[in-house]
Design a protein around this ligand. Sequence first.
Ligand code: HEM
Length: 213
Amino acid sequence: MREFLRQALVNKWSKPTVFLICLLPLVCLGWRAYQGQLTANPVEYVQHFTGDWTLRFLLITLSVTPLRRMLSMPDLVRLRRMLGLFAFFYVCLHFLTYIGPDQAFSLPGMWKDVAKRPFITVGFLGFVLLIPLAVTSTKAWIRRLGGKRWQALHRLIYVAALCGVVHYYWLVKSDHRLPLMYGAILAVLLLYRLGNSLLKPRPSSVAAVPTVR
Ligand code: HEM
């Protein structure tokens, strides 16, 4: 089974296939819109849908490193950049449904809201943190920044995911189970990462070469 997965990962079709899978939530959303099934409040529905998928993609992206180590599948890293960029794609849609239908593209209105409502403030911070990560996700940027600085910058994804979890926790009024579950997954991923870097320090030359394919 592992050999099959390993072969599938190095196959030239692996990336296009994963790309199409990552687009499925958007296709589902489009299909629901086409069928007129976006509930009585379509803006809220799209906001929630895209927010959920942003958080899921952030956590999936953060799972790549633990999974590739635990399953001994280094080639999983081939998918990490794409998954991270999909998190950014969904947060852009999420933000667009906020700034567009919600705030009527009014920047002053948006700033007021960002300053007034803590859950918006922290969500906005998460979004802003993801921008430099998306911009510097290319090989050219790794070369320009150098491996160590690039890795340090890209650790911000944990902070962005934490902002996403807090944002979700604060906006939910009664049932906090789902944001707490996302928070627990993030905590496990973070502890794994911390444990790994504390217990198994790697030679700096190896750690300094991030893999983006
Ligand atoms: C890392 C960035 C972000 C993540 C992970 C995220 C995630 C989420 C999640 C999971 C939800 C709730 C979905 C549900 O109830 O099923 C949500 C709702 C929402 N988010 Fe975000 N979000 C982010 C950034 C933002 C930004 C930048 C804004 C606007 C400035 C924003 C505005 C909203 C609004 C208005 C709602 C709906 C609130 C409500 O219905 O009461 N989010 N977001």
